[in-house]
Design a protein around this ligand. Structure first.
Ligand code: SAM
Length: 341
């Protein structure tokens, strides 16, 4: 079927399109067609086209609407994005498979769809995943020409930084982006910052970019490899020292060193307070993450910090913050405290 189109030389295409947008006559339901140096821009109302343009009737393709998974499924699935991975949290494997198929057949740009297959566990804080669909093409070669990277590896972008990571070997939660940014904004150039549980670097990399000298430790070898890669990707390798190991050991090399410490290991940060106090300099801010019952979300953390810091330091609580709700009646919280010798 033909539709009215403005015909212009391709060289005048963008300027004409703008003029037609301003006139309110661009037909967004059809595609612009280029033919031998000439553009055909579909319009909704030829009478509204400014007089200097030529209008012709022309066969142009109907624009395909973006298809969402919900269009295919008939219900709105819930999922989370991490780079080009789509993450589901479905108990029913059949429903998970149905959603994964819909994501694959939709216009959502995803390399892989995964479903959570276990809770986060162990010291390294990783979980198992069911990989439901990946980018391996169904061609006769069986996908031998595909990339060699794991399907669970992706590049995630947060506040302008790039983080390469593999969700099957490291911890990463995009939900903490705002909280991390809140802390990053407090960092001053020249500060010495110790990130005790650094993961792939979502605190440490922006700290270094803010001008701090950063030491970032993690027990997980894979996380530290990604952390180094991410420091390099974001151009901060010179100010970031990534160390693989138990922070209780690593901390011995940095006693009385830090102006700021991040302790993002919420279930067991309390066990590492002696290390934090040893690493703290004369005046040091600690960002202490905890998971506690809603009845007293900050009390246990504050008491533990005061006990560990006494008698050497005076402790001032600067800020008490609920980061997110973690489970029924339980909060993930952060205490910002100042230790002054
Ligand atoms: N801060 C990172 C983030 O926001 O993505 C990672 C936080 S994750 C909750 C905790 C990290 O602590 C994990 O990467 C884990 O490997 C690391 N970890 C656990 N025990 C540790 C220890 N004793 N010493 C150093 N790192 C440890």
């Amino acid at each position: 079927m033909t539709v009215p189109c403005v015909r212009v030389p391709a060289s005048a295409g963008e300027e004409t399109r703008q003029a037609l947008v301003e006139a309110g006559v661009v037909d967004h339901g059809h595609d612009i067609v280029a033919d031998d140096g000439v553009l055909f821009i579909p319009v909704t109302d030829p009478t509204g086209v400014p007089a200097e343009y030529e209008v012709v009737d022309r066969d142009v393709p109907t624009r395909r609407q973006q298809r969402t998974p919900a269009d295919i499924l008939g219900f709105e699935p819930s999922y989370e994005r991490l780079g080009d991975i789509v993450i589901l949290d479905e108990d029913d494997p059949e429903r998970a498979r149905e959603i994964a198929d819909a994501v694959r057949d939709s216009d959502v740009r995803a390399k892989t769809v995964v479903n959570r297959a276990s809770k986060i566990r162990g010291e390294l804080r990783v979980r198992d995943w069911d990989v439901l669909s990946g980018s391996v093409p169904d061609g006769p070669s069986g996908g031998s020409e595909t990339e060699s990277r794991p399907r669970t590896e992706t590049v995630h972008r947060e506040y302008g930084y790039e983080f390469l990571l593999d969700i099957s070997t490291v911890y990463f939660s995009p939900r903490l982006a705002t909280e991390r940014h809140r802390v990053v904004e407090q960092v001053e150039p020249g500060e010495r910052v110790f990130d005790m549980f650094a993961g792939v670097g979502p605190f440490a990399v922006p700290f270094a970019d803010a001008g701090a000298d950063v030491v970032a430790a993690d027990l997980n070898e894979a996380a530290v490899e990604y952390l180094r890669e991410n420091a390099s990707r974001n151009g901060v390798s010179e100010r970031l020292t990534a160390i693989q190991g138990d922070v209780r050991e690593v901390g011995r090399e940095y006693e009385n060193w830090a102006d700021r410490i991040v302790m993002n290991l919420p279930h067991s940060a309390g066990e590492f307070l002696d290390t934090a106090v040893a690493v703290a300099g004369d005046d040091c801010v600690i960002h202490y993450y905890d998971i506690q019952h809603e009845d007293d979300p900050f009390g246990p953390g504050e008491r533990a910090i005061r006990a560990a810091a006494a008698p050497e330091y005076e402790v001032t609580v600067l800020n008490e913050r609920v980061v997110r709700s973690y489970a029924p009646h339980e909060y993930n919280v952060c205490l910002d405290v100042r230790l002054s010798r």
